[in-house]
Design a protein around this ligand. Structure first.
Ligand code: TZP
Ligand code: MG
Length: 215
């Protein structure tokens, strides 16, 4: 398990379909220029070969900005490209198994859908938790109940691990999510579909700063 110091504040989770027809790598690079400090590649329909190719290309871009690339779900891809880490949900590869395959130096994230998930065996193995979803979102339709600010504040009291809020995180609600206990915001459409991903990332960074002053 890594130490609880989690240096990241703005987490871009990719979705090429939400990049409005613009080049996927351009969108991510703009977001990096704007201040995204951790990236997760999330692909649901690529073959292993295509996922690996895309992730390798993205890793090279992230490295230029000294930003880690995390793989969503696929332990194989994370292993093959020697990614900085892996993010898994409740229905994905068990985090203990992922750790055995990838080694203990990697960044492992686990989505929590409710308080019960925190108490499940092996949850402790995660370096950070995804608070999933903080709000219901059209980007991911299969989520169950949302945490909301009250749920987030409750979870904040129950664990010292870094909390990454995801789900309809927008410029408008960013500061309040931080002030209710999130350490980091994960954003998909708010950056991928923004007219300027760089400006959107900058605006999120400002709101995160604002929220941190009210914790
Ligand atoms: N997991 C929980 S909500 C979500 C994921 C991947 C999607 C968040 O997307 P958006 O567009 O930032 O609401
Ligand atoms: Mg998953």
């Amino acid at each position: 398990m890594k130490p609880t110091i989690f240096p990241y504040k703005l987490y871009l989770v990719t979705d090429e379909a939400l990049c409005l027809g613009r080049d996927f790598f351009w969108v991510v690079e703009e977001a990096l220029k704007g201040g995204v400090d951790i990236v997760q590649i999330r692909e649901k329909s690529l073959s292993l070969e295509d996922f690996v190719r895309k992730a390798e290309q993205l890793k090279a871009i992230c490295e230029k900005y000294h930003v880690p690339l995390i793989i969503n779900d696929s332990v194989e891809v994370a292993k093959i490209i020697d990614a900085e880490g892996l993010h898994v949900g409740q229905e994905d590869t068990n985090i203990m198994e992922a750790k055995t395959i990838l080694g203990s130096g990697k960044t492992l994230g686990l989505s929590l859908e409710n308080m019960g998930d925190l108490r499940k065996p092996f949850s402790e193995e995660a370096w950070y938790y995804g608070v999933s979803p903080i709000y219901a979102t059209p980007t991911k339709m299969d989520t169950k109940s949302e945490w909301g600010l009250k749920g987030l504040a409750h979870l904040r009291k129950a664990t010292d691990k870094p909390l990454v809020a995801i789900g309809r995180v927008k410029i408008e609600n960013a500061a309040s999510i931080i002030s209710h206990g999130a350490d980091c915001l994960a954003v998909v459409s708010g950056i991928c579909s923004a007219p300027s991903p760089a400006h959107a990332a900058e605006a999120f960074r400002k709101k995160i700063e604002e929220g941190s002053n009210h914790q």
